[in-house]
Structure formats: C-alpha cells, structure tokens
Design a protein around this ligand. Structure first.
Ligand SMILES: Cc1cc2nc3c(=O)[nH]c(=O)nc-3n(C[C@H](O)[C@H](O)[C@H](O)COP(=O)(O)OP(=O)(O)OC[C@H]3O[C@@H](n4cnc5c(N)ncnc54)[C@H](O)[C@@H]3O)c2cc1C
Length: 415
C-alpha cells in the first residue's frame, strides 16, 4: 500500500462529534502541545445539533459551557410526582454549540489538522494505522480514536431504540419552573411494547426543551412524534396558542445488549456510542464519553496509550441486559420500574448506578427494590438465551442497524 502522501500524526480522531470534541477539549486542558493530531470527519460540527442532559458533580470543566443546571428534578408516574434532591450531584444541560466551539478552540491551540471527508477504512498493521479516505491513504497515525457511528459487533438479545422528538418552546408568559427539571414523566400513554415518557428542561420561566421519548423496537412516523409531543405539551397544561417552537430536535440511540467493540485492533480505540458509551437501559451516553475523554487525555499527557477503562463495568452490562429483557417481555412496566427505583432509593444512588459507579452492595439494594418475580424470570431467560447462543451461534440475526431519525419540517407547536 502506498502511504507516501499520507499525513503522519500521533493521533487521528476518526469522527469529530461528541466524543471527539470532548477528547480535544481534554487534551487542551491537560496542556498537551507536542502531539500531532488530525481529525477526519465529513462534517465539521458547529452550532446546535443536539442537547446533552446528564448528571455530575458541580465544579467540572463543563461548568462554563452549561445552558442550565438543577439541584432538583421531578420524576412523575400515574401514581404521583416526586421531587428529588440530587445533592451532591446536579442535573445539567449542555447545548452542542458551546461544546463544538470549545473543541475548535482546543484544535487551534493543539495545531490540529482537519480533513473534511468520510473515512472508508482503517488498516492497522500493529505499528501504525492507515486511514483511508476516497480510496487513498490520507493519514498514517500511531493511534486512532474511532467514533464513527456503527452497530454492535452482533445484534443483542434485546434490540431497542431510544427515539425522541423535542421542541424548544418559547412562551409569551412565564410557564416553566427554571429551578427544577422534569427528568422523566411517565404519565404519557404507554405504547403496547416499550416505554414512553416526556421531560422538560427549562432554561428560564419562558424557554424550555420539552421532549417526548420512547424506548422500544420501532420508530414512530413524523406525524406520530408530533402528536405524542403535542399530547405531552397538553398534559403539562401548556397553551399552544402562547407557544412558539424555536427549534426541533430528533434522535435515535441504540438500547441493546449487543456488544460494542471498544478495541477492534491493536491501535484503534472506539469511543462514544460506537465504543459502548451508551448505557443500554437508559440511552444516557454523555457522562461516559466525558469520563473516557478525561482518561484518554490523561494517558496521552503521560505518554501512555490512549486506552480508557470500559464505559461500564461488565456486571452493569449484564444487569442492563436483564432489565431490557424484563421490559421487553412486558413483565415489568417502565413507569413501575423507574418509579420504584426512585421511590425506594436515594436519587443520588440511582443516578450513580446509571453511571456504573455503584458498589455491588448498593446494586443488591437497588435490585431488591424492583419487582422480584419478573426480574427473576428475566434473569433466567437471559441465562437460557446465552446458553442457546453458545450452542448455536447462528441463531441470532446477522446484523442490526440503528435507523436514522424521522425528521419532520414542522415549525409550530400545534398538534
Ligand atoms: C439529538 C440527540 C440528543 C442526545 N441527547 C443526549 C443526552 O441528553 N444525554 C446523553 O447522555 N446522550 C444523548 N445523546 C446520545 C449521545 O450522547 C450522542 O449521540 C453523542 O453525540 C454521541 O457521540 P459520538 O461521538 O459517539 O457520536 P456523534 O456525536 O454522532 O459523532 C459521530 C461523528 O462521526 C462522523 N462520521 C460519520 N461517518 C463518518 C466517516 N465515514 N468518517 C469519519 N467520520 C464520520 C459524524 O459526522 C459525526 O460527527 C443524544 C443523541 C442525539 C442524536
């Protein structure tokens, strides 16, 4: 292979979205200056294309970038509404614009070379990785951090999607409570198979992101998302005639126990959703990406290979597989499952659990608060399915891909 024209770098970021932006910012924060870095992505991400919500401890590098944060959140089910104090954590919202701008600033300081093109393939000979673009060798890198979207190595036993539509709503009058976000509101009509909920992320008393989300196997239609979101708006008691939709946000995130390969070859490390940073039972991804970006930067700053710890411990991935199976079988209802978790445990413990940061003893306590019979059935079902797969590896479908979001062109809030 002719690699003479290739750009020689120490690190190539293949994919320059959320995960890569956080890595660039972390490298800059760690004062890394002597590393030759390239970013290859067909899109140079700028401005608002998504909103990240996550929880963390106040006082991180993200503080100056946040659009809002809340010490209290609400979780609602048909049984009632709970106001949860998150201390010492907080729930926070980050718009993509400031994250991409921070990454651009880091890129300038690090002297990053950017190639705006899709990568076709990576060839790892164990010493270097050749990054192929448009049929030619564009970059030769000592290490590649690859965050191009991709499906799991093989489909999971449960393959669900978190799919959603959100409206950034501006109100003519004060209607939102900026002191409190709605984390999950399960009073929405529940789908025949899956879980639905709404949420509200207010940045002021007149401006908020209001979103309708489903966990389940299939997407809705464009009209279906609009109807569901309008229904949630009405459930909140918001008057559509006094609201303007300023922006629309759509997304689809995998929720699967299929394995995402974090280290496909010796010098390629996958990050972001492609590297398993998406928590299968919730779709939350941001905190794991942020954690791994810090680990990668710390390693590179110390002259070590950029290999982060797995996004979640193995036992958490197993617990997620069981939870997904229980939800998919219908033995556990989403509102009941999440309602009981938040009713019977300190909110801070539930959130740490969802980040994969609890101890086994805490996990036993948490599991003890879910409904025993369907969870035992799902655990037995998971064990039996693993055994069947081992005996007949061809049993499961060969591939499973995450569909693109359904994107409409609505410009008003009327449903
Ligand atoms: C609308 C939306 C809202 C979300 N909100 C939340 C949230 O609130 N909280 C949370 O925890 N998670 C959230 N997520 C999930 C997750 O945090 C995001 O998807 C996050 O952006 C994932 O980062 P990533 O780097 O893995 O992928 P992306 O940010 O999607 O980046 C992948 C990059 O790869 C590039 N690429 C594609 N093909 C190629 C190629 N051939 N060669 C080179 N580059 C390529 C793309 O152009 C893109 O820039 C959300 C996701 C979406 C879509």
């Amino acid at each position: 292979m002719n690699t003479s024209a290739a750009l020689d770098v120490d690190l190539a970021l293949v994919g320059g979205g959320g995960a890569a932006s956080l890595v660039l910012a972390a490298l800059d924060r760690h004062g890394v200056r002597d590393l030759r870095v390239a970013v290859v992505d067909p899109v140079h991400r700028r401005g608002q294309d998504r909103t990240w919500a996550f929880w963390d401890r106040p006082g991180s590098d993200l503080d100056p970038l946040l659009a809002a944060s809340w010490d209290q959140v609400e979780v609602a089910t048909p049984d009632g509404r709970r106001v949860l104090d998150l201390a010492p954590l907080r729930y926070a919202m980050l718009r993509s614009g400031p994250v991409y701008a921070r990454a651009a600033e880091a890129e300038r300081r690090l002297g990053v070379r950017r190639i705006v093109a899709p990568v076709d393939a990576l060839y790892d000979d164990g010493g270097h990785v050749t990054v192929r673009v448009g049929g030619g060798s564009a970059v030769r890198a000592s290490w590649v951090l690859d965050s191009r979207p991709r499906p799991p190595r093989r489909p999971g036993r449960t393959n669900w999607l978190q799919h959603f539509r959100g409206w950034w709503l501006e109100s003519a009058v004060p209607v939102f409570d900026p002191a409190r976000a709605v984390l999950m509101d399960f009073r929405t009509p529940q789908p025949a198979r899956g879980v639905s909920f709404g949420y509200v992320l207010p940045v002021s008393d007149r401006y908020a992101l209001v979103e309708y989300t489903e966990f389940g196997p299939d997407l809705l239609t464009d009209a279906g998302y609009d109807a569901a979101l309008a229904g949630y708006r009405d459930l909140l008691g918001l008057d559509p005639t006094r609201l303007t939709v300023r922006e629309v946000e759509n997304g689809v995130i995998p929720m699967t126990d299929g394995p995402f390969e974090a280290r496909p070859s010796p010098r390629v490390v996958r990050l972001g959703t492609a590297g398993g940073a998406t928590r299968p039972s919730t779709g939350f991804t941001f905190s794991a990406m942020h954690r791994q970006a810090e680990q990668v930067a710390r390693a590179l700053a110390a002259g070590r290979p950029p290999m982060p710890a797995p996004a979640y411990p193995r036992r958490h991935r197993w617990m997620d597989a069981v939870a997904l199976r229980a939800l998919d079988a219908g033995g556990v209802g989403g509102p009941d499952f999440f309602g009981r978790l938040f009713d019977r445990n300190p909110a801070e413990r539930v959130l740490r659990f969802l980040d994969g940061a609890t101890t086994p003893a805490e996990e036993v306590a948490l599991m003890g608060t879910t409904r025993l019979r369907p969870m035992v059935a799902a655990t037995a079902g998971d064990a039996a399915a693993r055994l069947r797969d081992r005996l007949d590896p061809t049993r499961r479908a060969a591939t499973w891909t995450v569909p693109r979001p359904v994107v409409g062109d609505r410009a008003d809030a009327d449903g």
